[in-house]
Ligand binder design. Structure first.
Ligand SMILES: C[S@@+](CC[C@H](N)C(=O)[O-])C[C@H]1O[C@@H](n2cnc3c(N)ncnc32)[C@H](O)[C@@H]1O
Length: 818
């Protein structure tokens, strides 16, 4: 690719960053206010209120009282791994680049909440130094250029013709119906047509392209026969009939607007194009896609309704920037059309799959059944009392948000907190220290003094007592203001991380030791060997950037991860789904080959075996899906006239991510998985089904525990812990946040008056989804949850639910509908 187009591409990615659509959790306003994901919110019993109450008390603490004899600390019994400075240093180094990417001054907000007004719509995404991302033992420059070559190979953009663009934009739809007034004709009402009819010259090119491969019907309400004649004459004069694509019989006339609706419903097109908002709204439930032509930006009424100021602008012929006419065409899509449709068609019978899933998980109490109206639904298979656990669902694929990785260290497979309280606090402070320029004043000197004492002694008790002595001296500065951020000297932070400094009572909150990734990437850590192995087998072996990675090209993989981190980390989850499908396919194939050998049948070849691929893909095929760029809601800061460009941009963004993934983990036998159609549907599936992944932080419990201690233990412990609490700041214990697809929970339909909700109880300390009944549920009743905050006013709820592609008609909505 020429240098200038590369630069253009980079600029393009930078702009994409600003467009990423997100949903914000309404239910965890404190901890999740920066959570920007496309998922149904999760409630959690995280006691923020208690802590908020407790903060002012801390401010008021008279530090001079903190002179009582310190209680004896718990002897350190930290697990070996968290004590290993080497491992911790490696972990810290691995995460340093994360911090840099996130917190460097040039780093803009990567995503914006979907419905947050006034957020900046565009800012440049800085491209970080690749050196930070190159695995150990690899020369950064050489590896980087090799990776660039691999990536460049996939970026030979083909300039598509207008026909290709039109076809792609119409999502390969074959039947199109279109109104004439306000779309094809200059005239804007049937009354005007009585006087004259003129075809808009700018629309002709697109119109003729549509007629080339679509069955096009034009229609209009006319007031008399003369109008009909004028319209046909105008179309003839414009050459619409001479191209051979359109015949006069396909221009339909009616005398009422309802007549047009009937035409459309009878013809059942893939697309209907109209300029009347009422008709568009009426048809939204019946027609797959509609394009509403409106000079002003209309409210989006449904996700299957697009809008543009003109037909030609929708296809990027005039208003859409020239670069979108250079849209890349994904060759896999055209090569594997049949395989892709097979993958996107949910296999039947659905029920058998879900019955098996429920029984293998030894769960009882629910059933997944086809719900006539809304697809699948979850039904109670026993009576539930109020507040009972209805379902505990293990995710099919989930990921911690990239931005959350600096706040907490969790198992990359089950998302439990790992290491120790000290490691969680120390790591956070360490990263904070690297990323934030702290005003190091005299406090720093005092801390230095403390740390040298702490380091200078051998016994833990001695260290602890020595620290206490010095923390006594710190009393005044530690309590001066809760708002002020305190810096803790690096040595103290390191001693927290390497287990040399043990905080009082932390033993009460012991966490599993951090097991590093067996592939040597230094990025993934686990709570146990079994989690490490399970992750390796199911996802990570192909996505690991370490030396033992089984990916095709580690450099391309690093680029894929980097691109996702800079744009939208949902791509990492899509990568996980593709990786797990490939790994499942390989296992199925190996079993198949083994069986063949035993039965002495001829060997199956190395080429794609679609039945095995369908089997491997089955868990994903069950999820309700639509294409990401079609179903994602238009962010508020994107003007309606830019909708077509916006949708094309995110499609391009996904295409770029897919090419990077393809360069990294391509498998010829699973080639259809690398089609943009599949990639778009995977991300669309996340958009429509995912649940917030939330795991409460033990650091919060720890500080609450200290606060609840009786006198004088509380004051003594406070002396040690307070500086850390102050240094951590207001968001001292951020929970693990991410997004995940859950196979059973994702079958639950929405109600604004639900009988269940996703709710993390005190004991739910991993990434599994927990669904609790909100009222008694009888056997046979449908289990519903609310996808949005059900206390919002009717209009706001409906607007949010439009993102999920439906208008809610629950009893509450029917009562509240104006
Ligand atoms: C998380 S899925 C729920 C399971 C889904 N019915 C299925 O077949 O997989 C969300 C999708 O279900 C449909 N849906 C859920 N609740 C609905 C409701 N109250 N009214 C209409 N459609 C609903 C919508 O298509 C929505 O995008």
């Amino acid at each position: 690719m020429a240098e200038s187009s590369k630069e253009e591409l980079v600029q393009l990615i930078k702009r994409f960053g600003a467009y990423l659509t997100v949903k914000i959790s309404h239910l965890l306003p404190i901890s999740l206010q920066n959570l920007v994901r496309t998922s149904i919110p999760f409630s959690a019993c995280i006691n923020f209120e208690t802590f908020l109450k407790f903060l002012p008390d801390l401010d008021a603490t008279n530090v001079s009282e903190l002179n009582a004899k310190a209680s004896k600390t718990q002897d350190s019994d930290l697990p070996q791994n968290s004590r290993s400075f080497g491992a911790i240093a490696g972990l810290a180094v691995a995460i340093v680049f994360t911090w840099r990417l996130l917190r460097s001054p040039s780093q803009p907000q990567r995503r914006q909440p979907k419905r947050q007004a006034g957020t900046p719509s565009s800012s440049g995404v800085s491209t970080p130094s690749n050196a930070n991302l190159v695995p150990p033992g690899v020369s950064p420059s050489l590896e980087d250029s090799r990776a660039q070559n691999v990536v460049d190979e996939f970026f030979q953009p083909v300039k598509p013709t207008l026909g290709q663009i039109v076809r792609q934009k119409l999502s390969e739809g074959r039947k199109v119906t279109c109104r004439l007034v306000g779309v094809i004709l200059e005239e804007s009402s049937p009354e005007e047509i009585q006087k004259q009819a003129t075809v808009r010259s700018s629309v002709l090119e697109v119109l003729l392209e549509i007629t080339k491969f679509c069955d096009l019907y034009l229609m209009e309400r006319v007031l008399d026969d003369e109008s009909e004649r004028k319209v046909l004459q105008a179309l003839e004069d414009a050459g619409v009939f001479t191209s051979g694509g359109l015949v006069k019989d396909k221009v339909l006339f009616c005398s009422t607007e309802n007549g047009r609706t009937s035409f459309v419903r009878q013809l059942e097109p893939d697309w209907h194009i109209d300029s009347n908002p009422e008709i568009v709204t009426q048809l939204a439930r019946f027609i797959k896609y509609q394009l509403h032509i409106s000079p002003t930006r209309p409210e989006r009424t449904a996700p299957n309704v697009f809008s543009a100021p003109s037909l030609e602008q929708f296809f990027g012929c005039s208003a859409v920037p020239v670069r979108f006419q250079m849209e890349t065409v994904c060759p896999v899509d055209s090569q594997f059309g049949d395989e892709i449709s097979a993958l996107l068609n949910p296999p039947s019978p659905l029920q058998e799959y879900f019955d098996d899933l429920i029984s293998t998980r030894q769960w009882r109490g629910i059933k997944v059944k086809q719900n006539g109206e809304f697809g699948k639904g979850v039904y109670a298979d026993m009576d539930f009392k109020e507040g009972e656990l209805v379902l505990k669902d293990q995710m099919l694929a989930g990921a911690q948000h990239y931005s959350n990785k600096i706040d907490c260290l969790v198992c990359s497979f089950c998302f439990r907190f790992i290491g120790s309280i000290e490691l969680q606090i120390g790591r956070r402070l360490y990263l904070q220290d690297i990323g934030v320029s702290v005003n190091r004043g005299s406090d720093m000197e005092t801390f230095k003094h403390i740390s040298s004492d702490c380091y200078g002694t051998d016994s833990c008790d001695e260290k602890y007592n020595s620290c206490l002595k010095n923390f006594d001296n710190l009393g005044n500065c530690a309590s001066s203001s809760s708002k002020e951020k305190f810096s803790i000297p690096r040595e103290v932070v390191e001693s927290l991380m390497n287990g040399e400094l043990v905080l009082p009572y932390s033993k009460e909150f012991s966490l599993p030791s951090a097991v590093p990734c067996p592939g040597g990437c230094g990025e993934a850590y686990y709570c146990s060997k079994s989690c490490a192995e399970a992750d390796w087998d199911l996802f990570h072996s192909l996505l690991c950037t370490g030396e033992r990675s089984e990916s095709l090209c580690r450099e391309a993989l690093i680029k894929f991860i980097q691109h996702a981190n800079e744009t939208n980390d949902i791509f990492l989850l899509a990568g996980k789904v593709i990786s797990s499908t490939i790994l499942r396919y390989r296992k199925l194939k190996a079993t198949h080959l083994k069986e063949q050998k035993m039965s002495a049948r001829p060997n199956i070849s190395d080429c794609l075996d679609i039945s095995l691929l369908l089997e491997a893909w089955k868990p994903i095929s069950m999820g309700h899906k639509r294409r990401w760029w079609d179903c994602v809601a238009l962010p508020d800061d994107v003007d309606c006239s830019d909708e077509a460009a916006f949708r094309m941009e995110i499609r391009e963004l996904a295409f770029m991510s897919l090419q990077l993934l393809k360069a990294a983990i391509f498998d010829k036998e699973c080639e259809p998985l690398f089609s943009l159609e599949i990639y778009g549907h995977i991300i669309g599936m996340f958009e429509l089904n995912n649940l917030d992944l939330v795991v409460a932080s033990p650091v919060e419990d720890y500080f609450l525990y200290i606060d609840d201690l009786p006198y004088p233990e509380k004051q003594e412990a406070d002396k040690i812990t307070r500086p850390f609490l102050d240094a951590l700041g207001d968001d001292y214990s951020v929970c693990c946040q991410g997004t995940a697809f859950f196979p059973l929970q994702s079958c639950m339909n929405h109600s604004c008056h639900p009988n269940a909700k996703a709710f993390k109880r005190e004991e739910d300390r991993d990434g599994q989804a927990a669904i609790i009944s909100l009222k008694p549920i009888c056997k046979g009743e449908e289990v519903t949850i609310s996808y949005v905050d059900e206390d919002l006013p009717f209009e706001e709820r409906q607007a949010l639910l439009a993102d999920y592609g439906f208008k809610c008609k629950c009893p509450k909505c029917l009562t509240e509908e104006p």
